[in-house]
Each structure stands twice: as structure tokens, then as C-alpha cells.
Ligand binder design. Structure first.
Ligand SMILES: *Cc1c(COP(=O)(O)O)cnc(C)c1O
Length: 387
């Protein structure tokens, strides 16, 4: 992303929908809670007719998100998961879906159970292993899903290369860009057909709504996705869209602040004797560092690290903190810590966790925008408890 594009995006997300109220000229758009709208005549409907199909607040948010990703259009959904399920409507029954072996747990569950129903076939692949990816692509997938950086180990994959290979194999490509947002990684510019967000996370950024969105490069995909979203009723509520647009306005500021804090924390963790590994793609020691420099405009604000002392030490560490809240989820203004072993990744079989490289003393941080020194002091308190 060029600096100029970045500057334009900052302005666009602040200005989206401002001054669009035809009735009273309110500065931000009003909240339209109506489920149904008046028809000018029985043979002619207005721009809006029924809230499941369309709503002014949803339209403003969808347009802003489509613009941010450089897509033909967007569909705003009730959650990140419903956005992922929505995309499955673009492929045929029994088509193969290739997904990262370390994808978001909810995505893993959804794909596994859709496959068990016989709706799709699924293959989970380590996308950092090019031989494994190549072998999977030779099975002619209908859809290839990409997620980068991965959760909770923050492994970075080459979006452009995977999209190109998947396209050659004839697949639709989908990037779950929840961790980075279009302000850090622009999947459609890197060759993806569809970019997806759990807007629950950074886009809304205040941990007070559940939502999702898909942005497609082609008009045809936008039309199909919008059709299915209305048919299946997975569109987002007016209130959630209103909240999300309000959150979106400060995305650039929030990401900058959280990313700077994450960088300081990663460096601090690297210097700690009780830390055995730090996973943050913004550190030069990280295997994904060079890729971040070429495909992204920043590393994001998620990181994980491993401490000595196993599950007991990890548990004590979490409990000793005051500022980092102990909770799953991410991308809010407030800092959170989680223990994947017993929290976000407990649904995974222990063997699968170990194979994926998730140890029992791995801790994941969603770094917020509080003061850097307060966050560092809080972590220091955690280390002094376990030493
Ligand atoms: C949270 C999350 C989802 C699911 O989104 P919900 O809004 O919780 O349904 C999907 N992918 C990633 C990467 C996520 O972090």
C-alpha cells in the first residue's frame, strides 16, 4: 500500500456516511431500525423494502468496507462465522475446500462439520509447506482459504503466491484478514477473490458487537453473496452496523497505537529469561519478518509467547495481571491475554495442538491502546509472580 492510498483510506473511513441524512441533516448517519419500508405504489418499491434484504446503515458500512478493500462490493453479516459459511455457497456440493491446518478454531469446526454432513470435502494443509500445498492443489479444490498471520502462533504465509497457485488450480480464493484488516494487508490487490473480516475484532474495535463481512473483487461474486445472505437471513442488524461504522472511523489510529505497543512488548518479552519463544512477525528474528515487509504495511498487534514452567506457570501468570483482561477474542482497544491450551484451542485434540506447535504454556496477547509503560509493568508483575 502506498502512503497516498493509506492517507486516502484514513479520510474515507472517517467520512463514510457523514452528511447523508436527507431528513434533518444529522452529521453522522441516523440509525434506521425499521424492519419494513413504505412502497410508493404496489408496482414500485423504494430503495429499501425489508430490513433483512437491505438497510441504510448496512449499506453505508458495506460501501465503506468494500472501498477499503478495493472490491466491487461487500456483504455485511451477523458474524465472522456466518460470513465464512456464506462463502461456501459459491462452491458446488462435494467440492473440496483447502484451509490452513492452523486456521481459526471456529472455522475448523464449521468446515469439519459441513464436511461430515457431506456438503463439502475439506483438507487442512500447512500452507507454509509448499510441497504439501502443491499436493493439495492437485486435488482440484473449489475454494482455497488463507489466514495470515495464523492463530495463535502468528505464522505468516505468502498471500500472493498461494492465490496465484490456487487460481491456476481453478479455485476461488478467500483470505480471512481479521488479524490485519485492509489497513495492513490488502488481499484483493494480492490476487484473492474474496477478503473476509470478523468485524467483531479490529474493524469495530470496542468488543461490543458480533459481526462479519465479505468483500469480493467481482460483481458476480458480490451478487451471489448478497443473494444468499438475504435468502438465508445472515445479514447484520442495523444497530450492529451503526456501532461498527462508528468503530471503523478510528481504525487507523487504533491500529497504529496497538501495533506500537505490540512492538514494545515483543522486544520486552524477547529480553525476558523466563520466555522461551516470542511469536511476533514484527521482530527481525521472526521467520515471517521479510514477508511482512513485502506484503503488509505493518505486523499487526497480535502476538504469542511461551514461558517456562508449563501450564501452572502460565495460569499463574495470567491471574497475576491487572490490565490484561483474561478473555478470548481480540482486536479491541483493551488489552487481553488468553491461554490457548485451556481457552481458545481447548476444542482441539491435545495431539493436534502439539502437532500444530501450541504448547501448554503458550500465552496469546491482543495488545490494546493503553499506555505502553502500564502494559509493560503489568507483564513484569506476571513474571515476578512466577519467578
Ligand atoms: C473471531 C474470528 C472469526 C469468527 O468471527 P465471529 O465474529 O466470532 O463469528 C473468524 N476468523 C478469525 C481469524 C477470527 O479471529
Amino acid at each position: 500500500m502506498t502512503d497516498r492510498e493509506d492517507t486516502q483510506h484514513k479520510t474515507k473511513i472517517v467520512q463514510a456516511g457523514i452528511g447523508s441524512d436527507p431528513a434533518h441533516g444529522s452529521v453522522p448517519p441516523p440509525l434506521y431500525l425499521s424492519s419494513t419500508y413504505l412502497w410508493p405504489s404496489p408496482s414500485e418499491k423504494g430503495e429499501y423494502d425489508y430490513g433483512r434484504s437491505n438497510n441504510p446503515n448496512r449499506t453505508i458500512l458495506a460501501d465503506a468496507l468494500a472501498d477499503l478493500d478495493g472490491g466491487a462490493g461487500a456483504v455485511v453479516t451477523s458474524s465472522g462465522m456466518s460470513a465464512i459459511d456464506l462463502v461456501l455457497n459459491l462452491i458446488k456440493a462435494d467440492d473440496l475446500v483447502i484451509a490452513p491446518h492452523d486456521c481459526y478454531g471456529g472455522t475448523h469446526r464449521l468446515l469439519t462439520h459441513r464436511a461430515a454432513q457431506g456438503r463439502i470435502r475439506v483438507e487442512f494443509v500447512d500452507q507454509t509447506d509448499s510441497a504439501a500445498l502443491k499436493a493439495a492443489l492437485s486435488n482440484k479444490p473449489g475454494l482455497v482459504m488463507i489466514e495470515t498471520p495464523s492463530n495463535p502462533l502468528m505464522r505468516v504465509v505468502d498471500v500472493k503466491a498461494i492465490c496465484a497457485a490456487a487460481k491456476t488450480a481453478g479455485a476461488i480464493t478467500l483470505v480471512d484478514n481479521t488479524f490485519l484488516t485492509p489497513l495492513r494487508l490488502r488481499p484483493l490487490d494480492l490476487g484473492a477473490d474474496i477478503a473476509l473480516q470478523s468485524t467483531t475484532k479490529y474493524i469495530n474495535g470496542h468488543s461490543d458487537i458480533i459481526g462479519g463481512c465479505v468483500v469480493a473483487k467481482s460483481e458476480d461474486h458480490v451478487e451471489q453473496l448478497a443473494w444468499w445472505a438475504n435468502a438465508a437471513g445472515v445479514t447484520a442488524s442495523a444497530f450492529d452496523c451503526h456501532q461498527t461504522l462508528r468503530g471503523l472511523r478510528t481504525l487507523a489510529l487504533r491500529l497504529d497505537a496497538a501495533e506500537a505497543n505490540a512492538m514494545a512488548i515483543a522486544k520486552f518479552l524477547e529480553s525476558q529469561a523466563q520466555v522461551t519463544a516470542v511469536n511476533f512477525p514484527g521482530l527481525p528474528s521472526n521467520p515471517g519478518y521479510d514477508l511482512v515487509k513485502t506484503q503488509q504495511s505493518g505486523p499487526g498487534a497480535m502476538l504469542s509467547f511461551e514461558i517456562k514452567g508449563g501450564l501452572d506457570a502460565a495460569t499463574q501468570f495470567c491471574e497475576a495481571l491487572d490490565i490484561f483482561g483474561l478473555a478470548a477474542s481480540l482486536g479491541g482497544v483493551e488489552s487481553l491475554i488468553c491461554l490457548p491450551e485451556t481457552m481458545t484451542h481447548r476444542g482441539m485434540a491435545e495431539k493436534a495442538r502439539r502437532e500444530a506447535g501450541i504448547s501448554e504454556s503458550l500465552l496469546r496477547l491482543s495488545v490494546g491502546i493503553e499506555s505502553e509503560s502500564d502494559l509493560l509493568n503489568d507483564l513484569e508483575k506476571g513474571f515476578s509472580t512466577i519467578s
